[in-house]
Design a protein around this ligand. Structure first.
Ligand SMILES: *[C@@H]1O[C@H](CO)[C@@H](O)[C@H](O)[C@H]1NC(C)=O
Ligand SMILES: *[C@@H]1O[C@H](CO)[C@@H](O)[C@H](O)[C@H]1NC(C)=O
Ligand SMILES: *[C@@H]1O[C@H](CO)[C@@H](O)[C@H](O)[C@H]1NC(C)=O
Ligand SMILES: *[C@@H]1O[C@H](CO)[C@@H](O)[C@H](O)[C@H]1NC(C)=O
Length: 317
């Protein structure tokens, strides 16, 4: 490589980094001027976040089931390589699971869809264009929420989606700090410790319990639902705080990330007892094989499907 070429590459890198830093400073600044949002009253005003998402790009996604295509807005690819990167290059993320959930939702129009850990909204946006009229989308990281909101606007599905800007936790309305868990993936974070609310820190999230969403469920006349939950080892809070919701709603199908949480025995056993006591069985998504080993750490799929005993057909749809 020539000296000059190398020089221009480092200039480009330098400018790029500067750009990102300025973006983050803007974001921190806008965060200071934010307003509180209500759980059901969707979202804060996206103009506050425009600076962070200026590097975002909204893309039309891949056509699934020969019928459904939607819009997803992505972050700057460098900061979110796997999800945004995959959407930019292939127009889809987790195609197998998204397609499967679309099959369920398109055949069972009465089901609401809880997208817990919506990230930038791939599942949410596909579900909304499939005709699911009650998509409850829970996401705690504001830059993500803003992107979901942009995409909802572009697809004109505001009526179908309730955005809940919160993190699922065992207490309502406390603040938690986030902790980055994957390099170059600012959007995939663990919940860290409880903190005092501090407006100068953008990596703080406000919490809800799952049962806190019951008023939304009553108001929208929801009686049946399916769930996708992928919240970085916090999945057990669904069980710890969802007793009333699971009693009130018929929830035949829950897709849950398992690969990470299974390493934490207290959480994994809690989840397993919760579901088995309610007559759910764990399936491996791609094969629909029942995970029959007693040792759940041997359930080796990234996700598992918890399916109510007489709904096994939902796996093969
Ligand atoms: C968004 O925020 C701006 C400035 O804070 C305000 O003037 C505007 O009314 C808000 N829009 C909505 C839809 O809340
Ligand atoms: C909530 O979860 C945190 C973190 O796992 C734990 O320290 C705390 O004791 C829990 N609180 C309740 C009320 O269960
Ligand atoms: C808020 O956060 C800032 C910077 O992160 C820190 O300097 C300050 O002490 C915090 N304030 C409180 C009340 O925790
Ligand atoms: C689980 O199921 C597989 C095939 O369905 C069978 O070969 C295996 O013995 C079963 N394992 C247990 C522990 O029941």
């Amino acid at each position: 490589m020539s000296q000059r070429k190398r020089f221009s590459i480092s200039i480009i890198r330098y400018l790029y980094t500067t750009f990102i830093i300025i973006g983050l400073m803007y974001f921190a600044y806008s965060y200071l001027h934010r307003h509180e949002a209500n759980v059901t009253d969707d979202l804060r005003n996206s103009t506050d976040y425009i600076s962070f998402t200026r590097t975002s790009k909204c893309v039309k996604t891949k056509l699934l089931l020969n019928k459904y295509r939607t819009t997803v807005c992505t972050h700057n690819v460098v900061r979110n390589r796997d999800i945004s990167g995959s959407l930019m290059s292939a127009g889809i993320w987790e195609e197998y699971s998204v397609t499967h959930l679309l099959r369920i939702l398109s055949k069972h129009r009465q089901y609401a869809f809880f997208d817990i850990g919506a990230n930038i909204g791939v599942y949410t946006l596909y579900a909304a264009v499939t005709g699911c009229s009650n998509v409850i989308s829970i996401e705690c990281f504001f830059p993500n929420i803003d992107l979901i909101r942009q995409a909802i606007g572009l697809e004109h599905v505001e009526e179908h989606v309730v955005l809940v800007p919160r993190a699922l936790y065992n207490k309502s309305d406390v603040y938690l700090s986030l902790q980055e868990n994957i390099r170059n993936n600012v959007l995939s974070q663990y919940l860290n410790e409880e903190v005092v609310k501090n407006d100068t820190n953008p990596f703080l999230v406000r919490t809800i319990r799952f049962d806190d969403l019951l008023p939304t469920v009553y108001k929208r006349n929801i009686r049946e639902a399916i769930i996708k939950i992928d919240i970085e080892r916090s999945e057990h809070y669904l069980c710890e705080t969802g007793e009333q919701m699971f009693n009130y709603l018929n929830i035949p199908f829950v897709m849950m990330e398992w690969a990470n949480i299974k390493a934490i025995p207290e959480r994994a056993t809690l989840i397993r007892s919760f579901f088995t006591s309610r007559q759910y069985l764990p399936y491996a998504p791609e094969t629909c094989q029942l995970h029959n080993e007693t040792d759940y750490s041997k359930w080796n799929s990234q996700y598992i499907y918890w399916i109510k005993h007489n709904y096994a057909y939902l796996c093969k749809l």
